[in-house]
Design a binder for this molecule. Structure first.
Ligand code: G3H
Ligand code: ZN
Length: 281
């Protein structure tokens, strides 16, 4: 069934578990995530990024409707989340399209502008029952200069500033920079576990780990034990998917039916999903 992100995150946090959010690009991604969640007997969050929306021509409703339909038909509890939104118009489209949550990404703005824009997004969301995640770019940077991407390697979130940010914006969850970075195809990241524990005690909102594709299993387990709650995974699904497509096409030069490679690609993604879900409890 289709459930809400806020509910899944609250349940995971209360149990001391993590909840995974997987990025959906194609219908096969949504199907693979549902399949993996069913096999693992776990809930999951289906997230569609602003970039994926752009890939589908900018319209939110078609990919969102397909993904929501997959969630409704599944025996697993699945939520629909709009990820890394910078466009205010797209943010407003989330509610009619059936999303229960959004990640509003003002991390490229200066600290003051980020707080202002995010507080506004939170007000908008809470009036509609939408759970809002946000992120802090590199804090404590030079006045008037845009911060570094929070998920560039080496960037760290400061606990005191994170606490002030959550207080001043009212966000429901905070994405923090603790050593992971986006789009890694090898699982070689090491996390700052002491920082995760300090952030978890300083910040009242649940913490979100972005770029989890590059984080080894044991690091993810430890991060959850230290207080990380929402675990975002995108690239690892694409690595699994594309590996199968590449192998099929290399072996079948005359092949033209996409189902011949989409089926093993979807199956490989489902296996990756189940693998990540097995780390969370
Ligand atoms: O918001 C999405 C995630 O941070 C995914 O990152 O593709 O590096 O796993 P990843
Ligand atoms: Zn991310």
């Amino acid at each position: 069934p289709l459930v809400s992100t806020g509910e899944l995150v609250a349940r995971a946090r209360a149990a001391g578990h993590g909840v995974a959010a997987f990025n959906v690009i194609t219908l096969e991604h949504a199907e693979a995530i549902a399949l993996g969640a069913e096999r693992a007997g776990s809930p999951a969050i289906l997230q569609i990024s602003e970039n994926a929306v752009k890939f589908h021509g900018g319209g939110l409703s078609a990919i969102a409707a397909a993904t929501a339909a997959v969630a409704r038909a599944s025996s697993a509890s699945l939520a629909l989340h709009l990820d890394h939104v910078t466009d205010a118009e797209l943010l407003r489209a989330a509610h009619p399209a059936g999303f229960s949550s959004v990640m509003f990404d003002a991390s490229k703005l200066s600290y003051g502008e980020n707080v202002k824009a995010t507080a506004e997004a939170v007000r908008w969301g809470h009036e509609r029952g939408i759970w809002v995640e946000a992120e802090l770019g590199e804090v404590g940077g030079k006045e008037g200069e845009p911060p570094l991407d929070a998920h560039a390697p080496g960037v760290r979130t400061d606990p005191a500033e994170a606490a002030a940010y959550v207080r001043d914006t009212g966000v429901d969850a905070l994405a923090v920079a603790v050593g992971s970075s986006h789009a890694m195809t090898e699982r070689t990241a090491t996390l700052d576990h002491e920082l995760i524990a300090s952030l978890a005690s300083a910040v009242p909102a649940p913490l979100v780990l972005h770029g989890s594709s590059g984080v080894p299993d044991e690091e993810i387990r430890r991060a959850i034990a230290s207080g990380m709650v929402k675990i975002n995974v995108g690239t690892a699904l694409n690595t699994a998917f594309t590996g199968e497509v590449r192998a099929y096409l290399a072996a079948h030069e005359q092949g033209v039916d996409p189902r011949k490679y989409l089926a093993p690609a979807r199956e490989a993604m489902a296996g990756t999903v189940a693998g990540f879900l097995g780390l969370l409890t």
